[in-house]
Design a protein around this ligand. Structure first.
Ligand SMILES: [Zn+2]
Length: 260
């Protein structure tokens, strides 16, 4: 009987959390993330999202992408590898373009690298100097003013994700790039990672307690779009990833923290 009560309670909380996401959207916390107004008009940013592999954008960053696109920001995506660990790099590259179409990121604003020293794989260390130099070129080409990437744990602890974070830190050390505003996706504990939309309550609470200059909680206004984007990665869309996307809190909410 008590087990049944727990299950029913979990289902009720899950549904309530989903309703909260769908009805309050990312307007939560009077969301001021990149929403300055100058001369009466919203200040549109040139934002570069830097990821390590095709599907990182859909699995982890879709609340952020949906927020930025819906606010009219100019979103660029840089993927530092084609995800060739299993020899399917060219397929995965095509799938990333398909996913970006779903997420409304323009194909001409997507750059996917296949550099010999930046190949997908555990244990393959990506040189921070090379990363910094490569990202810097993209930043100057598109007049990027805001960069978003992984934090130093990279959600899953994957070394390529962590290296991307440190590559951007190295870029920021460059005096000429101090003007760039950089944000990292905060990695959450394993428990919070797999409680799906229920995590929004804790994320919102923590964001409330933080200074809005250093942390923001972005709810995903369109979680179904995240599923569609991930499904565009056909070669990766196997049962356990379907489960991951359903139960992962990153499908429903992103907490971003300013990299200082
Ligand atoms: Zn990845």
């Amino acid at each position: 009987m008590s087990f049944l009560v727990i299950v029913v309670s979990l289902i009720v909380v899950w549904i309530a959390s989903l309703c909260k996401i769908l009805h309050s959207g990312s307007s939560y916390s009077k969301n001021t993330f990149l929403s300055e107004v100058s001369d009466g008009a919203p200040n549109r940013r040139n934002v570069l999202l830097v990821i390590a592999h095709p599907d990182d954008e859909s699995m982890f960053f879709s609340p952020t992408i949906n927020y930025l696109i819906s606010r009219g920001h100019n979103v660029y995506l840089m993927c530092l590898s084609i995800g060739n660990a299993d020899g399917m790099g060219n397929t995965r590259k095509d799938e990333l373009y398909q996913a970006c179409l779903v997420l409304k990121v323009q194909p001409q604003q997507v750059k996917i690298l296949d550099h010999p020293d930046l190949q997908d794989g555990f244990g393959l260390v990506w040189d921070r100097g090379l990363l910094s130099k490569t990202i810097k070129e993209e930043v100057s080409t598109h007049h990027i003013d805001t960069v978003i990437t992984f934090d130093n744990y990279g959600v899953s602890g994957h070394c390529n994700h962590c290296d991307v974070h440190y590559g951007i830190r190295k870029l920021l050390e460059d005096a000429s790039e101090r003007r760039i505003e950089a944000w990292e996706l905060v990695s959450s504990s394993i428990l919070r990672k797999y409680i799906g939309p229920v995590d929004i309550w804790l994320s919102m609470l923590l964001a409330t307690k933080s200074d809005s200059r250093v942390a923001h909680c972005l709810l995903n206004e369109q979680p179904l779009k995240s599923f569609s984007a991930m499904a565009a990665h056909s070669s990766q869309w196997v049962w356990f990833r379907k489960l991951f996307v359903s139960f992962s809190s990153y499908t429903y909410v992103n907490t971003l923290r300013r990299i200082d």
